[in-house]
Design a protein around this ligand. Structure first.
Ligand code: TUI
Length: 318
């Protein structure tokens, strides 16, 4: 399936694998790129040296296009960006902020910038500064989220910009892919489904927690601090929400108590498999994710299902 985005980036399928901190390493991203999608290395709070190690290893695992994501809340983001523009990486995605201040160096290096946005206003700003495309992410997604949901957000952004739009948040099968293509998206980005892929190095207990999750398994924590994060409900989120409620009534909410609870919690879940006291970031679509499959099988099945869905429904419109 060729769309504007597959042609611009030189990939076979319009499927991006979301950049999940601690999960989207070179093993997962290269498996996705080698299967014809766009593998994206997540760099979370990495230093520039850690990112360099990942990128150099990635070049040994694939000669297909791949991207590196810069999480803009990373205190090392400036240094990471400075390294990336000299690294040979051709595509950079960003999340959790506005990448505007890096645009000049990214463009001078001839690199494609594909920011993740969660509003029409930021989408327009990103088009104006020269982004190649944008990932539009609804609050059904796992991890750090905006306020709008995918179904209303995607067509509003599609109408507001002329660069390709990649839809994210709430998609984990071919029906979802077909649906957002109908809304005008040129591609999709999926995180939760790829987090449980065979090539994902997430702890087996993390994968099992996502596989077991149902439609109402996620909650949003951290709204009070301005950084809402969607995760699977567990002992940690119970405590988190209790403390949030308690400090909401204070004149000066003691946000340090939340920071302390959140610190290192994603690594605990992903690396140690502590799914009770760690942050199991996952989207609302986790209830649809029921097995561990290879990235190749995931991508083939998504494309097959999307085509079947479209063909079955096409009769309705004749
Ligand atoms: O970035 C994500 N998802 C993430 S990042 C992350 S690591 C983290 N952990 C704990 C707390 C905070 C971060 C886990 N999950 N998704 C992409 C995304 N970006 N969703 C929403 C946005 C976004 C939000 C605001 C993008 C831009 C933005 O701009 C604000 C501004 O400065 O205008």
């Amino acid at each position: 399936m060729q769309t504007q985005i597959t042609e611009i980036l030189g990939i076979d399928y319009p499927i991006f694998q979301g950049a999940m901190a601690w999960i989207s390493d070179e093993d997962l991203a290269s498996a996705v790129s080698n299967a014809g999608g766009l593998g994206i290395i997540g760099t979370g709070n990495d230093t520039a040296d850690q990112v360099k190690e990942k990128v150099e290893r990635m070049f040994t695992l694939t000669d297909k296009p791949f991207a590196v994501n810069v999480m803009l809340l990373n205190p090392h983001a400036d240094a990471v960006m400075e390294y990336l523009v000299t690294s040979g990486v051709k595509i950079i995605t960003t999340g959790a902020g506005n990448p505007g201040k890096y645009m000049d160096q990214i463009q001078e290096a001839g690199i494609h910038l594909i920011p993740v946005v969660s509003s029409v206003a930021l989408a327009k700003r990103m088009e104006r500064i020269g982004a190649t495309a944008i990932v539009v992410e609804g609050m059904e997604a796992g991890g750090h989220i905006g306020k709008q949901t995918t179904l209303p957000l995607v067509p509003q952004v599609v109408d507001a910009v002329s660069i390709p739009v990649i839809a994210a948040g709430g998609i984990a099968d071919g029906r979802g892919v077909a649906a957002v293509l109908m809304l005008g998206a040129q591609g999709v980005q999926l995180g939760t489904l790829f987090s449980v892929a065979k090539e994902s190095n997430a702890h087996p207990d993390f994968k099992q927690a996502v596989i077991k999750a149902n439609d109402i398994a996620t909650v949003v924590t951290g709204s009070i601090s301005g950084h809402p994060v969607r995760v699977l409900r567990n002992q940690l989120t119970k405590e988190f929400l209790r403390v949030e409620k308690e400090i909401t009534s204070q004149d000066q909410p003691d946000l340090a108590r939340l920071d302390a609870l959140g610190k290192d919690s994603l690594r605990r879940a992903v690396v140690e498999g502590d799914v009770k006291q760690g942050s199991v970031m996952a989207g609302q679509i986790a209830g649809l994710v029921n097995e561990e499959q290879s990235c190749e099988a995931i991508i083939q099945q998504l494309m097959h299902e999307a085509k079947e869905t479209y063909q079955a429904k096409a009769k309705l419109f004749q």
